[in-house]
Design a protein around this ligand. Structure first.
Ligand code: ZN
Length: 227
């Protein structure tokens, strides 16, 4: 959709490089290949370690140096077990629903959920805060689960728009309601530490579903978040 608009306005067709550098695309699903989980985690770590040591070698680093020797294994372990663990559905948080015994049927806001993700175009960090709100459909989930859902989708190579939508979509599914809102305010290191080198800008993305898609609700929500 976005490309069509852009190519219509200035007749310019975007290259793969421009698409990545301007972070233009964002389907809901993380683009995964069909065979993504044919290899075991152990095999993946072994493979990544070999490939990463090649990158280091090409850069001219001395892999026999005590300080560098363990790096390929450490990076492989970090990719699979930590920063990209959210690619694997087996790591998805299991969410139990409880009945809303308190009959609390106003909005619930969980704000300032810190997350670390990585930009899928440059593989450098995205550091941000997520704010989540929902209105119970009669069911509630533990507050820590909101945090875990954010962390799960953050631990993937990401674009911020998709991260926002994936969190919103998961919340709608587990909470059985359309009344969810997700606001993400994040700093992209690919913008601050390289490229344009803008150290002060942050990017805000939002999803307002159901009852939240309403000017007065949005204002009310922004009040909670900013205070
Ligand atoms: Zn980037």
């Amino acid at each position: 959709m976005i490309t069509e608009k852009i190519s219509k306005t200035n007749g310019h067709k975007l290259s793969i490089d421009e698409i990545g550098d301007d972070h233009l695309f964002s389907g809901l699903d993380t683009p995964m290949k069909a065979s993504a989980f044919e290899m075991s985690d152990t095999e993946k770590k072994e493979r990544i370690s070999i490939l990463f040591s090649e990158i280091m070698d090409v850069l001219g680093l001395d892999l026999t140096d005590d300080s560098l020797q363990g790096t390929p294994d450490r990076v492989a372990k970090m990719y699979i077990e930590e920063i990209f663990s959210g690619l694997d559905p087996k790591n998805k948080p299991k969410v139990a629903l409880f009945d809303n015994k308190y009959q609390y049927n106003q909005m619930l806001v969980e704000k300032n959920i810190t997350f670390y993700s990585n930009c899928e175009h440059h593989f450098v960090p995205i550091i941000g805060k997520a704010h989540i709100a929902y209105k119970s459909s009669g069911k509630v989930i533990g507050l820590s689960k909101l945090n875990r859902i954010v962390q799960y989708y953050a631990k993937r190579p990401q674009v911020q728009e998709r991260l926002t939508n994936q969190i919103a979509n998961e919340l709608k599914t587990v909470l059985e309601t359309e009344d969810v809102a997700v606001i993400i305010d994040a700093k992209h290191l690919c913008v601050s530490s390289r490229g344009i080198q803008d150290d002060t800008s942050t990017t805000v993305t939002t999803y307002y579903g159901g009852e939240f898609n309403n000017a007065s609700k949005i204002l009310e929500l922004q009040n909670y978040i900013n205070n």
